[in-house]
Design a protein around this ligand. Structure first.
Ligand code: PHE
Length: 450
């Protein structure tokens, strides 16, 4: 079994954070918040992260580190052959579908990086909006950028250059963070920005609906990379010394902080330039170029530089996430079918590229590509985030809570009693009852049963 191929062991927790932080925070979180009315959604989102996300993440860590194997085998190994490995299969399928549509958006970011370097994004708000519409409806460009992104991910996964990526992320992630803070300040200083701040901070609970609950839950899992067995696969490379609860806590705090900053960056600017918060997936693309121009109008070079840096870092953050989605399928095929890593990686790359092509076309040149009333891209997004991820997360919690022997769970949680087990009983209660029941209720509520 080829288990050493994952970069440096030291960087593995960093790589897990890299998987979590990505377009889910900067692109998906603002547009979901915008579509769901703002502050109330954010509060429910934070609730989902803390009550369901954190225990779910620790559960996946426990399974992965204990089993030291790819997702499907890990579930199989811990359950003594019961059909739990289907949860692993479900995770691999989910991650590959996500990779397909995620690459479309990552491709948009590549195009925006290019456009900001060559200065194509300067114009008024109307121009910025039209730029997105005309680029995304091109039959070729979004497809090429998207598939290009899958291929880039493929190269990193097979070439074993990931230790370089991990080292780079140690430097680049803090820069992304600082840049976000600068853009937040710039955005909040635009005329009329206060409306956007209000949208984010003043909850209106009359807007809470079952759809909002489900979308907050789905967004929480999407953003934490939870429910796909990505965390389980990464944890299989953790060392015995990694403190699982602490690592999960740090990742959760970092991930949530970046999402909130992204919200604070987008909505004040959107209010200022008259972009509607519920503009959907195009929201950050039709808002941000305005900030780089208008907020830095007296220092155009600073605006140019910050814009280019921002898109470059966004591409990097997206790459550390797509690597994780790709890795779990690659690890699975390599270990289960005994084929070489490059061959295994090719399978994932081909499947994800096909999904990517159809998704890109469904929101661009071929809007007829629809499934159940949604463009194929929106369908894949909703199916994975609102159904497959919560389902995977719920089954994982049930598995750890009820099927894995309690001593195994405890010894992973406490590193064989080397670190504190103070929160163990709370954790066990959460994974046995709170997480499965809450997720079930949210599902049933959405279906109109309760
Ligand atoms: N968490 C990633 C992000 O926020 C997306 C992701 C989802 C990664 C599922 C892996 C698995 O961008």
């Amino acid at each position: 079994m080829e288990r050493g191929s994952f970069g440096s062991k030291v960087g593995i927790v960093l790589a897990t954070a890299g998987s979590a932080v990505g377009l889910g925070n900067v692109w998906r979180f603002p547009y979901m918040t915008g579509e769901n009315g703002g502050a109330a959604f954010i509060l429910i989102y934070i609730g989902c992260i803390l009550i369901l996300g954190l225990p779910g993440m620790v559960s996946e860590f426990i399974i992965g580190r204990h089993a030291q194997a790819n997702a499907a085998r890990a579930y199989d190994k811990l359950s003594g052959g019961r059909p739990w490995k289907l949860v692993g299969y479900l995770g691999i399928l989910t991650a590959t579908i996500i990779l397909g549509f995620y690459a479309v958006v990552a491709g948009w970011c590549l195009q925006y990086l290019y456009a900001s370097v060559v200065g194509q994004l300067s114009g008024d708000a109307e121009y910025v909006k039209n730029y997105f519409v005309s680029f995304s409806s091109d039959a070729l460009k979004p497809v090429l950028w998207g598939v290009g992104f899958v291929l880039l991910t493929h190269l990193v996964v097979v070439r074993g250059v990931r230790s370089g990526i991990e080292k780079a992320s140690k430097l680049l992630m803090p820069i992304l963070f600082i840049l976000l803070v600068i853009i937040v300040i710039a955005s909040c200083m635009l005329p009329g920005a206060i409306e956007g701040v209000r949208f984010l901070l003043m909850p209106d609970f009359s807007k809470v609906s079952s759809k909002m609950l489900l979308e907050a839950l789905g967004q929480a899992f999407f953003s934490l990379s939870l429910g796909t067995a990505v965390l389980c696969t990464y944890a299989s490379y953790f060392t015995k010394e990694t403190n699982l609860l602490n690592s999960a806590g740090q990742i959760v705090v970092l991930d949530t902080a970046i999402a909130i900053l992204a919200g604070l960056m987008i909505f004040p600017a959107a209010a200022s330039v008259g972009v509607s918060p519920d503009s959907g997936p195009s929201l950050i693309f039709i808002t941000l170029p305005n900030v780089f121009q208008q907020a830095f109008a007296s220092f155009p070079f600073a605006g140019y530089f910050i814009g280019v840096m921002f898109y470059a870092l966004l591409v990097f953050a997206a790459l550390t996430s797509t690597i994780s989605m790709h890795e779990i399928g690659t690890a699975f095929f390599t270990e289960e079918f005994n084929i070489s890593r490059p061959k295994a990686a090719c399978i994932i790359t081909v499947v994800a590229s096909v999904i990517c092509v159809f998704c890109a076309l469904s929101v661009g040149a071929y809007k007829e590509l629809q499934l159940m009333g949604h463009p194929l891209m929106g369908f894949c997004d909703q199916l994975t985030a609102n159904v497959m991820l919560p389902l995977g997360g719920m089954l994982t919690c049930l598995f750890v809570g009820w099927y894995v022997p309690k001593q195994v769970v405890r010894s992973e949680f406490t590193n064989n009693e080397q670190v504190s087990g103070r929160f163990f009983s709370i954790f066990l209660f959460a994974v046995r009852y709170v997480c499965p029941i809450c997720i079930m209720l949210i599902f049933l509520h959405q279906l109109g049963v309760v």
